[in-house]
Design a protein around this ligand. Structure first.
Ligand code: SF4
Length: 89
């Protein structure tokens, strides 16, 4: 299973929740209306803005769609080697 690192920039996040709608197992809003990152619906180590998780190809695709749905591009995705693949650099 590929590993990806998902990072939300809380300064960019405006709480629009599109990421939560598209990938509810991966994102949840905190009390400040900022999205934090889940691991398959769980939040080990609490609500963190950055997390590396194991995903299936299908899950990776859903998470990519959720990042693309963010109006402020506040979600950053990195592959196993640490290379950012979304937004494209
Ligand atoms: S879609 Fe973007 S702005 Fe909206 S909650 Fe998710 S990260 Fe924040």
């Amino acid at each position: 299973m590929p590993k990806i690192t998902i990072k939300v920039d809380p300064d960019l996040c405006i709480g629009a929740a599109s990421c939560v709608t598209v990938a509810p197992d991966t994102f949840r809003l905190n009390e400040e209306n900022k999205a934090f990152v889940l691991d398959h619906g769980e939040e080990p180590r609490g609500p963190v803005y950055e997390r590396t998780i194991d995903v299936t190809e299908e899950e990776k695709e859903t998470i990519l769609l959720s990042a693309q749905s963010c109006p402020t591009l506040a979600v950053f995705l990195f592959d196993e080697q640490g290379n950012q693949f979304f937004p494209e650099v």
